[in-house]
Design a protein around this ligand. Structure first.
Ligand SMILES: [Zn+2]
Ligand SMILES: [Zn+2]
Ligand SMILES: [Zn+2]
Ligand SMILES: [Zn+2]
Ligand SMILES: [Zn+2]
Ligand SMILES: [Zn+2]
Length: 250
């Protein structure tokens, strides 16, 4: 449909007369742009123009007058001519890619739809980084050689392949490499853990030894204290007897 075409009303100026298979009727030509009406609108004086053409005309001219009859034109009294628009939409045109080889003729209203599938439409290569512009027809052939072509392996191994790596890619080998790499990694982790454990064990042995030494020295001190206490007890009990015992010891 004509009104589904996104560029129909945004573009200024009418449709190029050369585009049409048969020379369009003089009644369908906009006097401002000399093209076939695009979004035709009628002013109060009954003259018809492309919507964009008349709005631009009114913006540019100080007097708001019709370019055909010089009668005043009120911008709010301009009406879109839907029926005429549909009639124009049914006119046959040549594909705009005719110079590139497209043989199709189509209704003007189908122009946008056709450009989405026309094999002679110029399209940028879809692969990121590629600057090539190609006819849609040549896209597949280009993709087979495009340096920027890339795709994940269709076997699902997750490797993103380019044309260069695809030929050498072997899913089984790839998976085995990954498996081996993971195993190497696990072995390295296990070895590191073992080393750590051995270090901890030796530290613990050291600590045990030191605690043993501390205990021994504490026991020695206890014994010494006991001896001192015994000495003190005896001295406090009877001065003369301790005196005699100390003399006996020495
Ligand atoms: Zn126009
Ligand atoms: Zn339109
Ligand atoms: Zn007029
Ligand atoms: Zn075409
Ligand atoms: Zn490319
Ligand atoms: Zn693969």
């Amino acid at each position: 449909m004509h009104f589904a075409d996104p560029d129909m009303c945004s573009q200024s100026g009418g449709h190029d007369v050369e585009l049409f298979v048969e020379t369009p009727d003089y009644d369908l030509i906009c006097t401002i742009c000399q093209g076939v009406f695009r979004c035709p609108v009628r002013a109060a004086c009954h003259h018809i123009f492309c919507k964009k053409c008349i709005l631009q005309w009114l913006k540019r001219c100080r007097q708001q007058t019709c370019p055909c009859c010089r009668k005043p034109v009120n911008q709010s009294l301009i009406f879109v001519m839907f029926k005429l628009s549909k009639v124009i939409g049914r006119l046959k045109i040549k594909c705009k890619n005719k110079i590139r080889g497209c043989p199709h003729t189509l209704a003007l209203s189908e122009q946008y739809c056709h450009s989405m599938s026309c094999l002679f439409e110029l399209i940028p290569c879809p692969y990121q980084g590629c600057r090539a512009q190609l006819l849609r027809r040549d896209l597949d052939a280009h993709a087979r050689h495009c340096e920027h072509w890339s795709q994940p392996c269709h076997m699902g191994c997750g490797t993103v392949l380019s044309h260069r790596t695809q030929a050498k890619h072997n899913c089984y080998r790839q998976l085995r490499h990954e498996y081996e790499a993971r195993q190497r990694n696990h072995r390295a982790i296990a070895a590191a853990l073992q080393r750590k454990m051995r270090r901890m064990q030796s530290t613990m042995a050291d600590m045990k030894r030191q605690i043993g030494l501390i205990c021994e020295s504490l026991e020695v001190m206890d014994e010494l204290e006991e001896v001192e206490e015994e000495d003190l007890g005896e001295t406090s009990g009877s001065f003369s007897s301790s005196n005699s015992s100390s003399t006996a010891e020495s």
